[in-house]
Write a protein that binds this ligand. Structure first.
Ligand code: ZN
Length: 137
């Protein structure tokens, strides 16, 4: 896709720090890192989000995320990692080419993943489960 920064990186029209590459994906350092080693795993083909990407490719990306995480663990000596993927503007997706964040974590680092649990939602579980079962793909 023409205006996509990840497509430009994949086509060597923009620079990056590539830490992994195979036939289907690349892994690069995030240019706006949340921590040392923050890496993005990106399919070479342009897919917008989790709704768009083929299931097999999503599975391969998860495998590569594991390899990247293990490599960062060995390299940096970190014991924790977050895998984060945003699909859609409301989920804070910033580049609309599917990508998975691999974010090494350290005790007391500045990165926060926090939400206030919505206990009122528990009352909807039975109804929600029935709806999901009807629409299951
Ligand atoms: Zn793209």
């Amino acid at each position: 896709m023409e205006d996509c920064i990840f497509c430009k990186i994949i086509n060597n029209e923009a620079s990056s720090w590539k830490v992994y590459e195979d036939d289907l994906v690349i892994a690069i350092f995030d240019i706006y890192p949340a921590s040392v080693g923050h890496t993005l795993v990106i399919p070479k083909e342009h897919y917008i989000d989790i709704y768009d990407i083929p299931e097999d490719l999503a599975g391969h990306i998860t495998k590569v995320c594991k390899r990247v995480a293990l490599n960062l663990k060995k390299t940096l000596g970190v014991e924790a990692v977050n895998l984060i993927q945003g699909s859609g503007k409301s989920a804070q997706q910033d580049v609309f080419h599917f990508h998975m964040h691999v974010i090494p974590r350290e005790e007391n680092d500045d990165f926060k993943l926090y939400y206030q649990p919505r206990h009122d939602i528990k009352q909807m579980f039975d109804e929600l489960l029935e709806k999901i079962k009807k629409e299951r793909v």
